[in-house]
Design a binder for this molecule. Structure first.
Ligand SMILES: Nc1ncnc2c1ncn2[C@@H]1O[C@H](COP(=O)(O)OP(=O)(O)OP(=O)(O)O)[C@@H](O)[C@H]1O
Ligand SMILES: [Mg+2]
Length: 381
């Protein structure tokens, strides 16, 4: 590159960087509490306007990550950026973040108006603007006119909406939500999930949503970050992490999966023949390059195994088909879960739509799975 073009290039990069800085970025972030490493060397990017879910089991570091973004914890190592600006030393009230937690955390002795207006108190908002802003926030969460009530006079779902109104009234750069729906019952959760999704889209505010509920994560996220023991396992769209899990943990955590160990016997194009430890041979469609003898783990979602009676045709051509006996079944309303023992002794978990005449326990059946529904994970030798 000719030297004279350098300054222009640098200027362009600088402008470009400023313009499209991610809403939040974590670079090499580590958090230790004494001997406990709660978050290990984490790099994450949250794009402007997106809804990103941190998903993982209890203790994997989700809340710690959120608290570091909020400024309630300081990283042991690494840097946190909000809109391109390093905020490690910026105190919480200067980060312009809205926060919603599991237990709503409304002030019980303050009116709804005072609860929602609370966040505005410490900002330079003219007194005559406060009323209008509170009114607008309450309209956004579809609870207009409750200004004079006390929190105890509202239902759980309504209180959570007030918590949302309080978070959005300050027009935050980022909305942080830590398991905001876990205190609600199942029906209300579903409704609130849709409301949060809607509100987030209307406001276009970057949102970091923490949950250990995979359905919540799959239904509302632009991106899911799967965590385990402080380590990022995978990040991607809901479809990516569900259909193309990187490793055993992700495949196991999302959905109901069957795992089978075996070795590659042969590959022709993208069709792989796999010999399992129990002697069964599966045909698997997979784009990767494999060598005969490569050890693998095959993953099959319970929903991908089809159960039929022995005299029925397979649901489609070219499936892997095995005979077995139903050892257990449970009706789950709309779906039935089957545990089928194959002739090799291997147990297979299948979930199918409930039919009027359900197949009973101890019946001989066939299970089928299409090669394209068999995933492969590499395993270390
Ligand atoms: N203040 C603290 N002091 C010591 N250890 C802590 C502290 N906060 C968190 N930890 C530890 O750090 C790890 C991560 O905790 P964190 O609260 O981030 O998990 P989480 O993913 O939010 O879990 P949950 O789903 O149960 O809320 C855990 O092992 C926890 O015990
Ligand atoms: Mg937590």
């Amino acid at each position: 590159m000719p030297i004279h073009s350098m300054p222009i290039l640098i200027e362009e990069i600088a402008v470009g960087k400023n313009h499209c800085s991610p809403a939040v970025q974590l670079k090499g972030v580590i958090k230790q509490f004494g001997n406990v490493v709660a978050v290990q060397k984490l790099d994450l990017v949250f794009e402007e306007g997106s809804l990103v879910t941190l998903l993982g089991p209890s203790g994997c570091g989700k809340t710690t990550i959120l608290r570091m973004i909020a400024g309630l914890e300081t990283p042991t190592e690494g840097d946190i950026y909000i809109k391109g600006k390093r905020v490690n030393d910026v105190p919480i009230h200067k980060r312009n973040l809205g926060m919603i937690f599991q237990n709503y955390a409304l002030f019980p002795h303050k009116t709804i108006f005072d609860n929602v207006a609370f966040g505005l108190k410490y900002r330079d908002v003219a007194k005559n603007e406060v009323e209008g802003k509170v009114k607008k926030a309450l309209e956004m969460v579809r609870l207009p006119g409750v200004e004079n009530r006390m929190p105890s006079q509202l239902s759980g779902g309504q209180q959570q909406r007030i918590a949302m109104a309080r978070a959005i009234v300050i027009e935050p750069d980022v909305l942080l939500m830590d398991e905001p729906l876990s205190a609600l019952d199942e029906n209300l959760r579903e409704e609130m999930r849709r409301e949060i999704d809607n509100l987030q889209q209307i406001l276009g505010v970057t949102t970091v949503f923490v949950t250990h509920d995979q359905r919540e994560a799959l239904s509302m996220s632009d991106k899911i970050v799967v965590m385990n023991e402080g380590l990022k396992q995978q990040e991607g769209s809901p479809e990516e992490v569900y259909n193309l899990p990187n490793n055993h943990f992700v495949a196991d955590f999302l959905g109901h999966s069957n795992f089978f160990k075996g070795v590659v016997a042969d590959q022709e194009g993208d069709m792989i023949s796999l010999e399992l430890r129990d002697g069964n041979v599966f045909r698997v469609k997979h784009p990767g390059q494999w060598e005969p003898g490569d050890p693998v783990e095959m993953v099959v979602r319970a929903q991908s195994f089809k159960v039929t009676s022995v005299d029925e045709q397979p649901p489609e051509q070219g499936m892997n088909t095995f005979d077995g006996i139903i050892k257990d079944r449970s009706y789950m309303g709309g779906e039935v879960s089957y545990f089928v023992q194959l002739e090799s002794g291997t147990m297979v978990h299948a979930i199918g739509l409930a039919k009027l005449r359900a197949i009973r326990k101890n019946t001989s059946v066939r299970v089928h799975v299409a090669p394209r529904h068999c995933g492969l994970l590499r395993v270390a030798e």
